[in-house]
Design a protein around this ligand. Structure first.
Ligand SMILES: [Zn+2]
Length: 122
């Protein structure tokens, strides 16, 4: 097994790169993982972030979108349709923007912290 210098999980995550070598792309498409890293052949089958990224996106974007709708409606006195449009456009745009690096960062953190399913013996 060859040696790989440690890669920052945040750098690998933001760049959507392999958590071991930091070079190969993590995704095949928008959110679908590749089978393995094309640079270091790290198997991505064990990498499963599950619902993790979605939960963070809901908490971050949901809070901001509701605040934005509130400000548009009750501070700027925008009509309700305009407030809804601003809030929805912001929510959809920021979800599409942050979910990919967030998923990659969670997978990189799982790799860095050797997270896996519970086992009774090593
Ligand atoms: Zn790699």
């Amino acid at each position: 097994m060859s040696y790989y210098p440690p890669v920052s999980p945040y750098a690998a995550g933001l760049g959507c790169k392999c958590p071991r070598c930091g070079q190969g792309p993590l995704f095949d498409g928008y959110l679908k993982l590749r089978k393995e890293c094309e640079q270091c052949q790290l198997d991505y089958a064990k990498a499963d972030s599950g619902d993790g990224p979605a939960v963070f996106v809901i908490f971050i974007v949901g809070f901001a979108a509701v605040a934005m709708a509130f400000v548009a409606r009750y501070v700027l006195y925008a009509p309700i349709g305009v407030a809804l449009f601003i809030s929805m456009t912001f929510a959809i745009g920021s979800i599409l923007l942050i979910i990919r690096p967030l998923k990659a960062t969670m997978i990189a953190l799982q790799y860095a912290n050797k997270a896996s399913e519970g086992r009774l013996e090593e």
